[in-house]
Design a protein around this ligand. Structure first.
Ligand code: XUL
Ligand code: CO
Length: 448
């Protein structure tokens, strides 16, 4: 999986070449210590397990602005004479970055890739221009599209929502954007198409017809599914749950909420979930919890990798460097049989104080190494007999006899009553939580 770095008319990251794998002993900040793309773990290469993607929005538009101040970084591509020139230069910088970093995939929103025009038709034309160029860059480099999406949250017209807006004319506008973004995703061979409901929710319960909005949302998603299939999209539609921010309440609250919604509306055959770490923690869960809920439902589609800040309550989108998170996530992913057509997209932004050009590389290298280490540890955990047996043994009473009959739905409450009445008080069987937690820690520091 060694790519030849792409350079357009300008080299945007001079002095930085293809990021090598140097292994655990290396002190080079611009080298991988753990991510060795071709290394085989549990029957697949690291590259095949992890399917890393870099996003266009935070990585190439993010200049470090926050609600209290402007950006702190100046990127050469943003200084171009026109928005379309800037888009072209940004795309070249992005493909230089993807190929130097050695990631197989990228992701975009429509208006990260092309500037929004002053009419629907003008926006469609800008997007078509940029899709053509992106197609050329994909062919030249071999980098592929993990997913595309439409930005239905930045423009003021979407202040009350996109697909769930109380004003039909805004819903129609959202439809126009999703149509164009689906066209773009199909043209670029995207594996998935994402819906993140940024403003699909409400700020005030008492001016909102939540039932009507949720019905509109299902109708909108159904129409998007039908249009996508009609133009030959064979990939997976993904919903990215998030409980809040920017809205007070977002409808796609967490993995279990979205699973129920998709099943209720008959969409679970075409849609899966894109689980983002910091969204899971905002909803009061762990990253691993939401991954597990998605996997249990057969709906684990893809991952937006990042982390929050445990000391505050918002979506800080930090690069994922927490080893416990990475190990736990990869345990769930391995137990689920992998990410399929999904991948691990870094929906993460540099800190405002990180102002060197190389910091973009250092951040992504750290995230890739964290998940590579997570994969190695997770493989040791899930293949360890004590780990496998511990959970299986807790449920052994359902493997045969009355427990198995209960699982088959053959025992009614009256029969449960008679069995309980005839039996003595159940013995207390230890949950062995500390034993399994200690085992994971032990395996985190044992040799590969
Ligand atoms: C916002 C977020 C988005 C989605 C795509 O919290 O995660 O970037 O991933 O719209
Ligand atoms: Co995201």
């Amino acid at each position: 999986m060694t790519q030849t770095p792409f350079t357009g008319d300008t080299e945007y990251f001079p002095g930085i070449g293809a990021i090598p794998y140097e292994g655990p002993g290396s002190d080079n900040p611009l080298a991988f210590k753990a991510y060795d793309a071709d290394r085989v773990v549990a029957g697949k290469t690291m590259a095949e397990h992890l399917r890393f993607a870099v996003c266009l929005w935070h990585t190439f538009h993010g200049t470090g602005n926050d609600p209290f101040g402007p950006g702190t970084r100046e990127y050469a591509w943003n200084a171009a004479a026109t928005p379309l020139d800037a888009a072209r230069q940004r795309l070249d910088a992005a493909f230089e970055f993807f190929t130097k970093l050695g990631v197989p995939f990228w992701c975009f929103h429509d208006f990260d890739l092309a500037p929004e025009g002053d009419s629907v038709a003008a926006s469609e034309a800008n997007l078509a221009t940029m899709v053509e160029l992106a197609g050329e860059r994909q062919t030249e480099t071999g980098v592929e599209l993990l997913w595309g999406t439409a930005n239905l949250f930045t423009h003021p017209r979407y202040m009350n929502g996109g697909a769930t807006n109380p004003d039909f004319s805004v819903v129609a506008r959202a439809g126009a954007q999703v149509k164009a973004a689906l066209d773009a995703t199909v043209a670029l061979g995207g594996r998935n198409y994402v819906f993140w409901g940024g403003r699909e929710g409400y700020a005030c319960l008492f001016n909102t017809d939540t039932k009507r909005e949720l019905d509109h949302f299902a109708t909108f998603l159904t129409q998007a599914r039908d249009y996508g299939r009609s133009i030959g999209f064979e990939g997976t539609f993904l919903i990215e749950p998030k409980p809040m921010e920017p809205m007070h309440h977002q409808y796609d609250f967490d993995a279990q909420t979205v699973t129920g919604f998709l099943r209720h509306h008959g969409l679970a055959g075409d849609f899966k979930l894109n689980i983002e770490a910091n969204h899971a923690t905002l909803s009061g869960h762990t990253f691993a919890h939401d991954l597990r809920m998605a996997a249990d439902a057969g709906l684990l589609g893809s991952i937006d990798a990042n982390r929050g800040n445990p000391q505050n309550g918002w979506d800080t989108d930090q690069f994922p460097t927490d080893m416990n998170d990475a190990v736990q996530a990869m345990i769930v992913v391995l137990e689920a049989g992998g990410l399929g057509a999904g991948g691990l997209n870094f929906d993460a932004k540099l800190r405002r104080e990180s102002t060197d050009l190389e910091d973009l590389f250092i951040a992504h290298i750290g995230g890739m190494d964290a998940f590579a280490r997570g994969l190695l540890v997770a493989d040791r955990v899930v293949s360890h007999p004590r780990y496998r047996n511990l959970r299986a043994e807790r449920y052994a009473s359902f493997d045969s006899g009355d427990g198995a009959a209960f699982e088959r739905g053959e025992l009614g409450l009256a029969q449960l009553r008679d069995l309980a009445a005839a039996a003595s008080e159940p013995a207390r069987i230890s949950g062995k939580q500390e034993r399994v937690e200690n085992l994971i820690n032990d395996l985190m520091f044992s040799e590969d």
